[in-house]
Design a protein around this ligand. Structure first.
Ligand code: SAH
Length: 290
C-alpha cells in the first residue's frame, strides 16, 4: 500500500491519459455490454469504513486499513481457489496450468505460508528432524518441495521437485514423471503434497526412484485420513502402499493437524502389479476462510 493521500477523483470521469486497467477482480465481476450501459443506475457501494469514520477524520486513514483487509481477503481467496484446483486435477494439468501462469504459483505459496504459520508444528520440520537424526549420506527426493525449505535445512543431497522452480535448485516437473534415475535415492518425501486426483502415480514414481530398503515418508493433513469426517481409511491407504512393495515401519499420530507414515521399500513390483492396486480416494484438503 502506498503511503500518503490521494486527490479524490471526480466520480464517473477520468482525465486524459488516465486509462483504467481492469484488475483480475474487475474481470471476474465484469458485466455484459448491455449492462454496462446501465452503469449509472447501479447502486453505489457503501464501504464499511465510511460508516465508522469519526467526525474530524480526514476520510482516508480508515480506508487504508480497509484496503489492507480487502487485499488479504482477496489473496486468501486466490489461495483457496488454486488449492482446490491442485487437489481436483491431474498433475499433468497442474503442470501446464502453472507453466502458463507462473505468478499464480507465488500466490499459492503466499497463501500456503499463511496457513502453515497458524500450525503450531509444521510437518516439514518433523521430517527435517528425522533426516538430521539419520545418515547425512542418504540421498533424498522431496516430492512437492514448495520453497525447498527441506533441502535448505539438511546436509543431505536433496532432489527438490515441484511444478514450478521457485528456486534454481528445484526441478520443475509433474512428479508423476521425474528425470531421476531408478533406484537412485534413499528417502522419498511427500510433505502435504499428495495433491492431484492421480496421487497414486506419484507414489509409483517415488517407488521407482527408491532403492530397495529405502524410506518413504508421507505427511498428510489428518482429516484426509479420518473416516469419521469423510476422509480415507488409513488402513486401506497403508494396505495399498504395502501392495506397492513397502512395509509400514511406524505412524506418527501425535499431532492434531497431520499424520506421518514411515514406510520402507521391501521389493520391486511389476508395472502390471502396480496398476492393479486399488487406492482409496483422498478427499481434497480445502482450507477454510477465517
Ligand atoms: N512440501 C512443502 C510444500 C507443500 S505444498 C512443505 O511441506 O512445505 C504442496 C506442493 O506440492 C506445492 O508446492 C505443489 O505445487 C506441489 N505439487 C502438487 N502436485 C504436484 C505435482 N503433480 N508435481 C510436482 N509438484 C506438485
Amino acid at each position: 500500500m502506498e503511503g500518503g493521500r490521494r486527490k479524490p477523483r471526480r466520480r464517473g470521469k477520468r482525465g486524459r491519459g488516465e486509462p483504467r486497467h481492469p484488475s483480475q477482480d474487475d474481470v471476474s465481476a465484469a458485466v455484459s455490454p448491455v449492462q454496462s450501459n446501465e452503469q449509472s443506475k447501479r447502486p453505489q457501494v457503501q464501504f464499511p469504513d465510511a460508516k465508522r469514520r469519526k467526525k474530524g477524520d480526514d476520510g482516508f486513514s480508515g480506508t487504508s486499513a480497509f484496503l489492507d483487509r480487502m487485499r488479504a481477503r482477496l489473496s486468501g481467496g486466490h489461495f483457496r481457489m488454486l488449492n482446490e484446483k491442485l487437489y481436483t486435477c491431474r498433475g499433468s494439468e497442474a503442470f501446464e496450468f502453472f507453466k502458463e501462469n507462473p505468478a499464480l504459483f507465488d500466490a499459492y505459496h503466499a497463501g500456503y505460508g499463511q496457513q502453515m504459520a497458524r500450525w503450531p508444528i509444521q510437518p516439514v520440520n518433523v521430517i527435517i528432524k528425522w533426516l538430521q537424526s539419520h545418515s547425512p549420506g542418504f540421498v533424498v527426493a522431496d516430492f512437492g518441495c514448495g520453497n525447498a525449505s527441506l533441502a535448505k535445512s539438511v546436509k543431505n543431497k536433496v532432489f527438490s521437485i515441484d511444478l514450478v522452480s521457485a528456486d534454481p535448485s528445484v526441478i520443475a516437473c509433474d512428479m508423476a514423471h521425474t528425470p531421476l534415475d531408478s533406484l537412485s535415492v534413499d528417502v522419498s518425501v511427500f510433505c502435504l503434497s499428495l495433491m492431484g486426483v492421480n496421487f497414486s502415480s506419484y507414489l509409483v514414481e517415488a517407488s521407482r526412484v527408491l532403492r530397495t530398503g529405502g524410506w518413504l515418508l508421507i505427511a498428510e493433513v489428518r482429516s484426509r485420513f479420518d473416516p469419521a469426517t469423510g476422509g480415507a481409511d488409513p488402513e486401506k491407504f497403508c494396505h495399498a502402499v504395502q501392495k506397492l512393495g513397502f512395509s509400514l515401519t511406524s505412524k506418527d499420530v501425535s499431532n492434531k493437524m497431520f499424520v506421518i507414515f514411515y514406510f520402507r521399500k521391501k521389493k520391486e513390483i511389476t508395472e502390471d502389479a502396480a496398476r492393479s492396486i486399488v487406492w482409496p480416494d483422498l478427499k481434497p484438503c480445502l482450507y477454510k476462510r477465517r
